[in-house]
Design a protein around this ligand. Structure first.
Ligand code: UTP
Length: 485
């Protein structure tokens, strides 16, 4: 079809849904930009826009708390706990067998915009190592090098980028020679985007005269992106059955955890579709999603949706009743992703976020750098897939495994304050200190109990505390030491 016919047909379709303004500056664009805009518009679900505007801009989706909300069951970190005894060694073995058989891949979602951190470039390039300031991507790569050494088999690594950071991410890996990994075991694919909508009118915003304003479609966009990008076919061809899902901003995450993988795949109550890790909430008001059992099924309820009186309820021992906080670590089976990604009945819902979206004034064509929220971004959340797992009514379902916060949750979200580079450094140091102390090293701690220095243990030195046993270590770490092992 000719360019003018393309334009005419897209224009008709846009006019029909009240979005004709998107071509207002078309005739003024240089030829190359004309084509780019038309391609961008052709990729848009134009006919789907009115429903999005109605449901997310003109109306705000209301969360209705179901009547039957209970705390989710979980496998306690201490497998000898009176609440639920379980055989950690058995599940570790099951997970290790899967790793040795090449049935597990690491999967990081790295398509976010990291706007709270305010870092230029893909967040995975952020210098996160407490002492070495190694980039997040390198910290994960180190783990995968150690995993290959330990289990004799490389776990492939799938990296979801967004169209906004894809080339920068791939270039970063190339510049660093894939951090020692075999490039054929590292696969990048971009997630999809959604148009950003004007908060008042629902009109799609223009980033420039020849470009629609878009945002990555959320970590939940991973399901579709895996299916359409060729990643699913690659996983199947390699015989990968389970994905170890994690977020790019948590340097202490276990990129693959044999115990968790084993529980997911082999626990008697697991449907082996999608499993989750939790850490106990530190206090009732803590802003994390909470694992609940809704009509018998495990789901995450956002902190803002669970009434505060429920969040404050305690058990006779004083602990919180709704204690299981989500830390965005899951195992997802490849078969489950294929089912969700190819059957429209399982489409994940959108969530609405109000944001400042740089755009142009449609009347004047002048750029606007908003100081208040002017746009609505629509994103999908991966944890909504939990509700699509089988389960409830006595059937096997989605399981939750408790972990220790210091061991594997040191996120970098904000430039300062909570979940910042500073708190992450402290957590990395605390974890290193604990591992060293378990190996008999004396670590100087202050009156507040915190290690008096900065410590970092590279994953190639130890993936877990036990790996330090038998290694040549200092006998003592004095106050003020900054040390990498
Ligand atoms: P966050 O919710 O922290 O969002 O993402 P963000 O975009 O990184 O940061 P802010 O909110 O703008 O400050 C949690 C994880 O999900 C990934 C992020 O890269 C991070 O690993 N993510 C988020 C995606 O992969 N795609 C998205 O569209 C959104």
């Amino acid at each position: 079809m000719s360019e003018s016919a393309d334009r005419a047909s897209i224009h008709r379709r846009l006019e029909a849904v009240g979005q004709g303004h998107l071509l207002k500056y078309y005739d003024l664009l240089p030829p190359g930009e004309k084509q780019t805009l038309l391609s961008q518009l052709a990729g848009l679900d134009i006919e789907g826009l009115p429903a999005l505007v109605r449901d997310y801009v003109q109306n705000k989706p209301a969360f209705v708390l179901p009547a039957d909300v209970q705390p989710a069951d979980y496998y306690p970190f201490n497998a000898d706990s009176a609440a639920r005894k379980w055989d950690k060694a058995r599940f570790r073995k099951a997970g290790e067998d899967l790793l040795r058989a090449g049935k597990v891949a690491a999967f990081v979602v790295a398509g976010g915009q990291g706007s709270r951190l305010g870092y230029e470039g893909p967040k995975g390039c952020y210098p996160a190592g407490a002492v070495t300031e190694r980039p997040l991507f390198e910290m994960f790569a180190d783990q995968l090098l150690a995993v290959k050494r330990k289990y004799g088999r490389a776990a492939p690594w799938y990296i979801m980028t967004s169209p906004l950071n894809h080339s920068a991410t791939v270039a970063f890996f190339e510049q660093h020679a894939y951090f020692g990994l075999d490039p054929k075991d590292v696969k990048f694919f971009p997630q999809g985007v959604m148009p950003s909508l004007d908060i008042k009118t629902g009109k799609v915003l223009l980033a420039a005269k020849g470009e629609i304003a878009t945002n990555p479609d959320g970590h939940g966009g991973a399901i579709k992106a895996i299916c359409v990008s060729g990643a699913l076919a690659d996983m199947k061809q390699r015989g990968v059955e389970h994905l170890s899902y994690f977020q790019v901003d948590n340097p202490t995450v276990k990129v693959v955890d044999p115990v968790f993988i084993g529980l997911h795949a082999a626990a008697p109550d697991s449907s082996a579709q999608m499993s989750s890790k939790m850490t106990p909430k530190a206090y009732p008001e803590e802003k994390v999603g909470i694992f609940c059992k809704i009509n018998g099924k495990t789901e995450v309820v956002e902190y803002s949706d669970l009434p505060m009186d429920l969040q404050r309820q305690t058990l006779p021992d004083g602990s919180l009743r709704f204690i299981a906080g989500s830390i965005a670590i899951h195992i997802i089976s490849v078969a489950f992703i294929e089912k969700l990604g190819t059957d429209p009945a399982f489409s994940l819902p959108y969530h609405r976020a109000e944001k400042k979206v740089p755009c142009i004034d449609i009347e004047t064509g002048e750029p606007i750098n908003p100081t208040t929220n002017n746009g609505v971004k629509l994103e999908r959340f991966v944890f909504d897939a939990l509700g699509m797992c089988e389960g409830g009514n006595g059937k096997k379902g989605s399981i939750v495994y408790e972990t220790d916060r210091v061991e594997e949750f040191a996120p970098i979200k904000n430039a300062e304050g909570v979940d910042s580079p500073q708190t992450s450094r402290e957590l990395q140091t605390e974890r290193a200190a604990r591992w060293l102390e378990r190996a008999g090293v004396k670590v100087a701690r202050g009156a507040d109990g915190k290690p008096q220095g900065v410590l970092e243990i590279r994953a190639t030195t130890a993936l877990e505390a036990e790996d330090l046993m038998g290694q040549k270590l200092p006998t003592e770490i004095a106050a003020g030491t900054s040390m990498v092992l």
